[in-house]
Design a protein. Structure first.
Length: 163
């Protein structure tokens, strides 16, 4: 099941939250920065890495003080620069696989790749919906958390998957 809601990502009740990140698990975009602030010192400690990651990967860490117990970090920037649609797609597929492996049932996500990234709101929403539909476990629920101004566009894209 996929749905779009207007809300605050850090407060969305979920098993895990998707967090766009760079190769060192630093925040990419305002949604990730907001998660870092809300997650506090425990979250900062839980997301430390000593090995740079490649764009297209996804890793799971604890969620610190976030409403979600875990974070699914999708790597969208590495030493080669910002990822394009193909590597963002790969990172999302990896995130859905990790969610299944960790038995995370309810996932909250921002529009990965849209906030200051290479994708439009519609492209980011379509990528989330397509990858989740094609690669997410049947029992998973995806909640796309958006700003009010983006809700109508995202809801229309999500609605097309229900038919």
């Amino acid at each position: 099941m996929i749905r779009a809601v207007v809300g605050e990502l850090a407060r969305e009740p979920a098993d895990a939250v998707v967090r766009p990140a760079d190769a060192g698990l630093g925040p990419v975009g305002p949604a990730a920065a907001g998660l870092d602030e809300a997650g506090g010192a425990r979250f900062a400690e839980q997301r430390r890495t000593t090995t740079p990651l490649e764009a297209g990967a996804a890793v799971v860490t604890g969620g610190g003080d976030l409403a979600a117990g875990f974070a699914l970090h999708v790597i969208v920037v590495d030493e080669r620069g910002a990822a394009g649609g193909d590597r963002i797609r790969r990172a999302l597929v990896s995130a859905w696989q990790r969610a299944g492996d960790w038995q995370l049932r309810r996932i909250a996500t921002p529009l990965v790749g849209a906030q200051g990234g290479p994708l439009t709101i519609a492209e980011a929403a379509t990528l989330l919906v397509e990858t989740f539909r094609d690669h997410g476990d049947a029992g998973l629920e995806l909640v796309i958390v958006v700003e009010a101004a983006d809700h109508e566009v995202v809801e229309a894209i999500v609605g097309r998957t229900r038919t």
